[in-house]
Design a protein around this ligand. Structure first.
Ligand code: B12
Length: 217
């Protein structure tokens, strides 16, 4: 049973996967078990993406399948996951940039992994990022940028975060097409990538280590 759903998700059989998940829900599958199975399916897609066997559009479809199954099982309520969030990411597209497709894709994937996301939207001014970091105390600040004209605001944000001592015990992450330009050198940024899975894995690994550290304290 478990294998069948994993396979249907990995093969991106949207309606079949959802129908089969519905059957499992009717049969009373435990929420955690269903969640774990869907995650395994998504991991399969992730592996295929990394080896070039599938494309970004497939990732979008896999995210849709996960979202629909979670919705059918009532695993997400009001955009919040029912599981205890494993961490908090503050996300926004930098000032003067209104592109949000990549940002939203990343946000869906993070939420599907049980990570809480605060979405500041697009065209976000440096001051708004700073205020939100103070208010929400995220584990990770994730910024999206595809416009080369917006690069100076990324540096401004890095400087402001450092000046206000807001980078301690958290990570500052950049994604979007600008990371292709090797002149983007912002010392405060911990990691940058325009690879969806690399970004997701970076967040997961950091949060796992942070949570382990908190338990051992
Ligand atoms: C769709 C699009 C638009 C749509 C945006 C719709 C929307 N809701 O986002 C519209 C039509 C509104 C638009 C407007 C404009 N656009 Co436009 N647009 C594009 C286009 C075709 C695709 C961008 C996209 O969504 N890609 C798909 C997503 C999934 O990719 P992505 O953003 O890179 O995200 C991926 C990764 O980078 C990563 N990622 C993204 N963010 C983050 C964040 C973190 C933390 C992590 C870890 C990962 C991560 O995950 C994603 C999945 O892999 C690109 C061309 C291109 N091929 O990229 C031009 C492009 C970005 N646009 C461009 C321009 C110039 C404009 C306009 C100025 C046009 C105009 N004259 O009005 C305006 C911008 C206004 C503004 N101030 O922002 C230029 C930018 C040039 C530059 N170097 O600065 C591009 C490159 C086109 C070109 N070749 O000239 N655009």
């Amino acid at each position: 049973m478990k294998e069948k759903l994993i396979e249907l998700i990995a093969d991106l059989k949207l309606s079949e996967a959802e129908a089969f998940a519905d059957e499992l829900i009717q049969q009373g599958i435990e929420a955690q078990d269903l969640y774990d199975i869907v995650m395994e399916g998504l991991n399969e897609i992730g592996k295929k993406y990394e080896t070039g066997e599938c494309y970004i559009a497939d990732l979008i479809v896999s995210g849709m399948i996960a979202k629909n199954i979670f919705a059918a099982a009532n695993l997400h309520q009001g955009g919040k996951t029912w599981l205890k969030p494993v961490g908090k990411v503050l996300f926004g597209t930098i000032f003067d940039d209104i592109h949000d497709i990549g940002k939203d894709l990343m946000i869906d994937a993070l939420e599907n992994k049980g990570i809480e996301v605060i979405d500041l939207g697009v065209d976000v001014k440096v001051e708004k990022f700073i205020d939100a970091v103070k208010q929400h105390q995220p584990d990770i600040i994730a910024v999206s940028c595809v416009m080369t004209n917006s690069i100076p605001y990324l540096q401004e944000l890095g400087n402001a975060l450092e000046r206000e001592h807001l980078l301690e015990n958290r990570r500052f992450l950049l994604g979007g097409a600008v990371v292709n330009h090797d002149y983007v050198k912002i010392p405060q940024i911990d990691f940058m990538t325009n690879n969806f899975y690399e970004g997701l894995r970076y967040c997961e690994v950091f949060l796992e280590e942070k949570n382990k550290g908190a338990k051992n304290e």
